[in-house]
Design a protein around this ligand. Structure first.
Ligand SMILES: C[S@@+](CC[C@H](N)C(=O)[O-])C[C@H]1O[C@@H](n2cnc3c(N)ncnc32)[C@H](O)[C@@H]1O
Length: 224
């Protein structure tokens, strides 16, 4: 038995995945329909804060969660590397955070630092962390990751999930880099939308060993 397969987390995650996999809420469809496909791509790929905040503001009622398989993989990786210290970029309603924290619980304890700039999402995430019985393991930092992850990081980070604005993956990695222990794992969801990040972690001299899998996930390991 694991925290994932028992109450209170198992029924909570069943409900959250059912909601995440339901058709896009009408208010989100209406909000995103204000944009042309080109404008949507431009805003979501921009490194300009006003642009990416506009994009995620329009999607504030959408889960945008990792897939069930990726979520389960996160739990397994936390367990397999005996992680105690995890950092996540992009909380949303907390599906991935709950899997990361469940891994820590089953490892005997630890902390997930996660960050979200949409206040309504942060509120929903906190409710879910409490409902899942994992709030004591989660430090949710409200604000832009470029500020919230620029301070008060643990001396050693064992595992990172990148799942916020794709254009910021290289900058967020740079903030965390000196804290990554040798062998630390970095999972980047939808990494195909961040070519600069892929160039960085796949470069022969980057200090990472990196492999794409499952279509849109990049798994990298800090080698030095
Ligand atoms: C793809 S969703 C995260 C999904 C979440 N990891 C899960 O599996 O449930 C991306 C989230 O990151 C947030 N976000 C994007 N850029 C951010 C930034 N620069 N700082 C903080 N949060 C950000 C968005 O508001 C959105 O909720």
């Amino acid at each position: 038995m694991t925290s994932l397969s028992t109450a209170p987390l198992a029924p909570l995650l069943d409900r959250m995945f059912a909601e995440a996999e339901a058709p896009t809420p009408p208010q989100v469809r209406a909000a995103l329909a204000q944009l042309t496909p080109e404008e949507r791509s431009r805003l979501s790929a921009s490194t300009d804060e006003a642009d990416y905040r506009t994009f995620y503001g329009l999607a504030r009622d959408a889960y945008l969660a990792v897939s069930r398989d990726t979520a389960r993989l996160l739990y397994m990786l936390v367990r397999a590397c005996g992680a105690r210290s995890v950092v996540e970029f992009g909380t949303s309603f907390g599906v991935s955070t709950l899997h990361l924290a469940a891994g820590l619980r089953d490892n005997g304890g630890g902390q997930v630092i996660t960050t979200e700039f949409e206040p309504s999402k942060a509120t929903r995430a906190r409710e879910n962390f409490a409902a899942g019985g994992l709030a004591d393991l989660i430090d949710l930092r409200e604000g832009d990751a470029l500020q919230t992850l620029a301070r008060d990081l643990p001396g050693q980070i064992d595992l990172v999930l990148l799942d916020g604005a794709k254009s910021l993956y290289p900058a967020v990695l740079a903030l965390l880099e000196e804290h990554l222990r040798p062998g630390a794992l970095i999972i980047a969801d939808n990494a195909d939308r961040s070519p600069e990040y892929l160039d960085r972690v796949r470069s022969a001299t980057s200090g990472y060993t990196s492999v794409p899998f499952a279509g849109d996930v990049e798994l990298s390991m800090r080698t030095g």
